[in-house]
Design a protein around this ligand. Structure first.
Ligand code: UDP
Length: 311
């Protein structure tokens, strides 16, 4: 039975990942400092093959026993969070990644990095293939996250080249689904919360900026396929189904049958104007592409948000 560490395991992606790995018969050590993650996300995991450790991975990581895989998912990930925790975001991308790599090296484990579409910044190439180097403002408000992820990729490749560590890098595009926090601050949770509570749906700027939203189960399947693949180069994981933020807001108003109105607020600094992954590599090497349509994914997410608002 493989033994696996998931940093950020109590977060949105991390908790779904822990559950998936348990289903694949991994023994899972879930590590999180709970600054944006929550024990509620892992409360339903009853397996005796699962262990939670509260720890900030920007500090030295100590795990007793063998490890076959180290999956580094710890980081604030919502723009609102990395504006609230800019230094923690930089530290977990830099020091946290270094610690997680060092641990993987000591244990002889495969290392997996949760990188981000943010490495492409406000892209000048569309859709974004992995060979694109990006257009990032290092000193802007999003720079703390973008540069942390870019550093994380650089040090991951350095460990791969220097120490021959078996490393994988996923560039994760916008993902949604149950366990996003009600007050997460990202577009889908904001729009759902606002629509369900009769508040104005806030669109930052014109709403002509685009995103491509991937449902959580599709993303997790892609992550697992990359983990067990022989791909050491970065692979984009996300949905190519691109839409404007305004279209998403309308879709959510419709799905919730809400009487909320749309309110345009000031545009956000350095907000990427367009984003869509080129998933040619994922299709070719992982035989992966998203299969859950937006309507189905939104229904499941809406159900979760309704439950959360009730409690
Ligand atoms: N957005 C918005 N209203 C909100 C939250 C987000 O118009 O209440 C926009 C945001 O400016 C961005 C897009 O929705 O253009 C996606 O933002 P999100 O925070 O979900 O993630 P990002 O892709 O920017 O990391």
């Amino acid at each position: 039975m493989p033994r696996t560490l998931v940093t950020g395991g109590a977060g949105f992606l991390g908790s779904h990942l822990c559950e998936y790995l348990l289903r694949k018969d991994h023994e899972v050590v879930c590590m999180d400092n709970l600054i944006t993650g929550s024990k509620d996300n892992i409360a339903d995991i009853k397996s005796d093959k699962f262990q939670f450790v509260e720890h900030n991975v920007s500090e030295f990581i100590n795990v007793k026993g063998a490890l076959d895989y180290v999956l580094h998912f710890a980081s604030p990930a919502s723009p609102m969070d990395y504006l609230d925790f800019p230094i923690q975001t930089l530290k977990v991308g830099a020091l946290g990644t270094h610690n997680a790599l060092g641990l993987a090296k000591t244990k002889g484990a495969v290392f997996f990095l949760a990188s981000s579409a943010e490495v492409y910044g406000d892209p000048l190439i569309h859709p974004q293939p992995e060979k694109y180097w990006g257009n990032v403002n290092p000193i802007g408000p999003r720079g703390v996250y973008d540069e942390a992820k870019r550093f994380a990729e650089a040090i991951t490749m350095a460990y791969h080249r220097t120490h021959r560590l078996d490393t994988k890098i996923s560039r994760i595009f916008n993902t949604y689904g149950p366990r996003m926090r009600i007050n997460d601050g990202r577009a889908i949770p904001n729009f759902l919360r606002q629509a369900l509570t009769g508040k104005d749906v806030t669109i930052y700027g014109e709403g002509s900026q685009t995103r491509s939203f991937c449902y959580i189960s599709d993303l997790i399947e892609g992550i697992y396929r990359l983990l067990v693949s022989d791909q050491n180069a970065p692979v984009n994981l996300g949905s190519p189904d691109e839409m404007t933020v305004k279209e998403m807001a309308d879709k959510i108003l419709q799905a919730t049958n809400s009487a909320s109105r749309i309110a345009h607020t000031a545009a956000v600094e350095d907000d990427p104007k367009i984003r869509q992954p080129d998933i040619t590599r994922a299709k070719k090497y992982l035989n992966w592409e998203p299969v859950v349509g937006l309507d189905k994914g939104l229904r499941a997410t809406l159900k979760y948000f309704k439950e959360q608002l009730r409690t």
